[in-house]
Design a protein around this ligand. Structure first.
Ligand SMILES: *Cc1c(COP(=O)(O)O)cnc(C)c1O
Length: 357
């Protein structure tokens, strides 16, 4: 036996690249172009460096309290982690330990199957229809847990609270996780359902709407028993996932949530304009409620367009996977960035049409 025979071999999730190209327009990982609240800058200027010699408050009590206030929950209904990817990893580990498969859509956040493989859990992908819609009936089969993003990633489509309630009612014996990474960009949060359904866990992140991807802060919200179980697992893994500085600036961000809402409104406005503009250019544009659009052009190959854009310094996301390989996921940037994108796409399409003649 060699050490190689004792490995846990996994195929890791591959995140969107962070290339070092000067002057690039980075529209590939759904960061918010407007940056965090000015209050965050103030806190960072005044941070007490001496405090770094101590371990942070392990439960981030102040931040939890502010988040509980923000969501109309109690402090013990809020869980904090080092980015929502970590919260998701702990959620799978805590709640999805039955014998039946975990259910999630076949076109969805591609980290979900990676967690299942890591933990050696079985899973079953429910198939979206041609318009990328989830059929609620597919979530009425034996399972160890259900997870889906709302709005879905990378499609951007939203399901209603009625849909979520139907899933919750049909699965009283499983935890249903709704990954609300993009909810602040125009969707309706299902957090108010938490007090009605003890099997609902909602996950949110500071990375997208709060423009905080570099700091790493994620949240789970649920009934107090579920959250307490999540804390037990976290405390069996890492007592201090959220560092002192991130707790302080996270708090500043929550206390200035108005700033986040205003910046999201700007993104929404640009997104709606982007949809119109891309449709004019002949793209197929599903109705996104997130800070990205998921589009394809009937005349230009997805990978070819992705590479042409990259050559131009415009970085978007493309997956070489069946069903979605013709699509590009384009993050909503500033108006100026999007204008550069439209200009280049127009050039590509005109050229393509000439070649086709
Ligand atoms: C971006 C994203 C996350 C992860 O965000 P973190 O940066 O780890 O907080 C989780 N779920 C979905 C669907 C996402 O798109």
């Amino acid at each position: 036996m060699s050490w190689q025979d004792k490995l846990r071999q996994v195929e890791p999730y591959v995140a969107g690249e962070q290339p070092k190209i000067s002057n690039m327009i980075k529209l590939n990982t759904n960061e918010n172009p407007y940056g965090p609240s000015n209050q965050v800058k103030e806190v960072l200027k005044e941070i007490d460096i001496e405090k770094l010699k101590l371990y942070p408050n392990s439960d981030g009590e102040e931040l939890r309290h502010a988040l509980a206030d923000y969501h109309g929950l109690k402090d013990n209904q809020v869980f904090l982690g080092n980015g929502s990817d970590e919260v998701l990893a702990l959620t799978f580990l805590t709640f999805f330990n039955g014998k039946e498969p975990v259910l999630f859509p076949n076109i969805s956040y591609s980290f979900y199957p990676v967690y299942c493989d890591l933990y050696q859990m079985s899973y079953k992908e429910v198939l979206l229809d041609q318009d990328f819609k989830i059929n609620v009936e597919d979530f009425k089969q034996p399972n160890s847990g259900i997870i889906f993003p709302n709005p879905n990633a990378p499609t951007g489509l939203l399901v209603s609270l009625d849909f979520i309630e139907e899933v919750l009612k049909s699965n009283p014996d499983s935890i249903v996780v709704v990954d609300e990474a993009y909810i602040d960009f125009g969707g309706q949060t299902c957090v108010p359902l938490i007090d009605k359904y003890d099997n609902l866990v909602v996950i949110q992140t500071f990375s997208k709407s709060r423009s905080f991807a570099g700091a790493r802060l994620g949240v789970a919200l649920g009934n107090k028993e579920a959250i307490s179980n999540l804390y037990d697992v976290k405390n069996s893994f890492n007592s201090y996932p959220v560092d002192y500085i991130t707790q302080q600036i996270g708090l500043a961000s929550v206390l200035d949530s108005q700033d986040m809402k205003e910046k999201c409104q700007k993104v929404i406005k640009t997104r709606e304009y982007t949809k119109t503009k891309l449709k004019e250019l002949g793209f197929v544009v599903p109705d996104s409620y997130a800070n990205f659009v998921f589009v394809k052009h009937p005349e230009i190959d997805g990978e070819k367009l992705f590479l042409a854009l990259r050559q131009e310094g415009i970085i978007v996301r493309h997956w070489n996977k069946p069903l979605i390989d013709q699509y590009l996921r384009i993050t909503i940037g500033t108006d100026q960035q999007m204008e550069r994108l439209f200009e280049f796409l127009e050039k590509c399409i005109t050229q393509q049409q000439r070649e086709g003649e």
